[in-house]
Design a protein around this ligand. Sequence first.
Ligand SMILES: Nc1ncnc2c1ncn2[C@@H]1O[C@H](COP(=O)(O)OP(=O)(O)O)[C@@H](O)[C@H]1O
Ligand SMILES: [Mg+2]
Length: 315
Amino acid sequence: MDTYLEKLNVNNYEPLITAAKLKKSFGNFIAVKEISFAVERGLCFGILGPNGAGKTSTIKMIYGASPVTAGDLFVFGLDVKTQARVIKSRIGVCQQENTLDPDLNVIQNFEVFASYFNIDKKTARARALELLRFFALEQRRNEQISQLSGGMVRRLIIARALINKPELLILDEPTTGLDPQSRHQVWEKLDTLKAQGITILLTTHYMDEAARLCDELVIMDNGNILVQGSPQSLISDYTGRHIIEVTEPGKEFLTYMEGKDVRQEDLGHRLIIYAADGHELYRDICNRFENKDCVLRSATLEDVFLKLTGRELRE
Ligand SMILES: Nc1ncnc2c1ncn2[C@@H]1O[C@H](COP(=O)(O)OP(=O)(O)O)[C@@H](O)[C@H]1O
Ligand SMILES: [Mg+2]
């Protein structure tokens, strides 16, 4: 691996992606507002945020599908403004949409895709079969795309993105629209790829997906990065370990809470209480307000987002 990196003239210690005051405008509208972040090699890095946050606009600049409006963006230490072609040859991209060719069968989709990377047909076929085996799609190799389920299509798109043996795999909303079982299948395959040393950059609006997969993530909203860190560090820094949720709190309960020195968010029908250790407060609430609908649970990235924006992430 080291010699491979040396040959590519890559500094192992340099971040794989560096963005500094990166900006994307569409006419007068600024979709990405001078964001800065770095992605370390070998990690699964997430961009988490609601629809319209600017996630796709950001990664499209990274994989060279959309020009940078302003700021600096380096991938593998190379400037995307001048070296997009080289960068593209070293990354795999899974767009959110189904980009498979419906007129071709499974294996033909690989062959055509491989030709964009100047991979010869024989090598393409051998790699395709290996990738299909890895994604449990080998039996489907001669089927038409329309015969595949949504989960299979998504796995196939990820498999195809690996045909050029990329160092960096970029996934835009990899499990949106999939059933729970298919999501877990995709997650497990991504775990294995990461264990093999590939760096993964993904966008998602699912906080459970970000928490499950990402070593490091940024939370994006309205074109800005709000925070960066590991899921656990963001949760402990911004919300504390526990959340107490009270449905229909009512006046009496809110008055009781006024005397408590804990952070809370009143959502109207629901009160969210952030607590470093919520057990004692929870017991007290249960004793005093026997009939209240009240739960104690672990804090999640959803709570971090709510804390930072006052809005809920789920749609
Ligand atoms: N080609 C475009 N022209 C104009 N506006 C766009 C274009 N692409 C995206 N936008 C706008 O930029 C914002 C961010 O979009 P996008 O990056 O797709 O967000 P996300 O992927 O987080 O949902 C949205 O308000 C979207 O409508
Ligand atoms: Mg998007």
